[in-house]
Write a protein that binds this ligand. Structure first.
Ligand SMILES: Nc1ncnc2c1ncn2[C@@H]1O[C@H](COP(=O)(O)OP(=O)(O)OP(=O)(O)O)[C@@H](O)[C@H]1O
Length: 263
């Protein structure tokens, strides 16, 4: 089985503080992976290492079998796209123009977009239910609309792997399910490898083939949702009394938080 991402003995620090320690995991092509863990456990930092925004102090990250540091920026952007937690867009670009930016890796230095590029942009807008926003300024739409537009931009990049940092955090329950279902569809129909950071453990368990539980910069559990979502693991990572039951409608483990152990 071909690997999309292989991370080996990764260490990363901001200045003197070590944030990620001895991170090891492999993600096969076509997997749907959720990274969960408490605030500050290193989830976003790990994602940013996986797309070369940050460079690890030690260890190796391979994308499609090749060391990440050996990729040129445009070449990497065709393999992997990121939907960050907060996207600041300084200028008043229209939604359409923002999504067109997803085509940059495919254009030469002085080359402008072709009919095909615009077609891909339109498809991406349609898939994320944002076509009606196309002429609006990116700075004059709601948080949830903006999140869907940034996902459309990542789709326009036509990546093999998509990394999303809390893609459902600003969304209402309908759009949460819609976005996760869309990611699942891209995953099953286009074999796109999907990796999301997400706080909602029940949604993560429902959509993922694999989960990674981070705590204090280390992986404390990795595997299928049922292997990771155990009383012991959740209690250890979140300092919380919980009950793990079964969601009979979605056939996935279901967590009910009870009381914080700090109180
Ligand atoms: N740019 C930075 N410089 C220094 N320290 C940082 C920086 N970004 C994050 N940190 C620290 O690194 C640690 C991990 O942060 P990170 O954002 O990766 O956590 P997270 O698991 O994504 O958290 P959350 O669930 O709150 O989004 C935290 O202690 C945080 O304070």
């Amino acid at each position: 089985m071909e690997m999309a991402i292989e991370v080996e003995s990764l260490y990363f620090s901001y200045g003197d503080s070590l944030i990620l320690r001895d991170i090891n995991f492999k993600i096969k092509k076509g997997e749907f992976v959720s990274i969960i863990g408490p605030n500050g456990s290193g989830k976003s930092t790990l994602l940013k290492n996986m797309i070369s925004i940050y460079k690890p102090n030690r260890g190796s990250i391979k994308i499609d079998g090749k060391e990440i540091r050996e990729y040129k920026a445009k070449e990497l952007a065709k393999k992997i796209a990121i939907v960050p937690q907060d996207t600041n867009i300084a200028y008043d670009f229209s939604v359409f123009d923002v999504v067109v930016m997803g085509r940059n890796p495919y254009l030469g230095r002085f080359q402008s977009e072709s009919y095909k590029d615009f077609q891909i942009v339109e498809d991406s807008l349609k898939l994320t239910d944002t076509l009606y926003l196309k002429d609006k300024s990116i700075n004059q739409i709601s948080g949830g609309e903006r999140q869907r537009v940034i996902i459309a931009r990542a789709l326009a990049q036509e990546p093999e792997i998509m990394l999303l940092d809390e893609p459902t955090s600003h969304l209402d329950i309908n759009h949460q399910i819609e976005i996760l279902s869309l990611l699942k569809k891209l995953n099953t129909e286009k074999s796109m490898t999907i990796i999301i950071v997400i706080h909602d453990i029940n949604l993560a368990a429902r959509y993922s083939s694999k989960m990674i539980l981070l705590n204090k910069g280390e992986i404390i559990s990795i595997g299928k949702p049922r292997e990771v979502i155990t009383y012991e693991n959740i209690e250890m990572a979140y300092n919380l009394n919980v009950v793990i039951t079964e969601n009979l409608y979605t056939n996935s483990p279901y967590l009910i938080p009870l009381t914080s152990k700090k109180l």
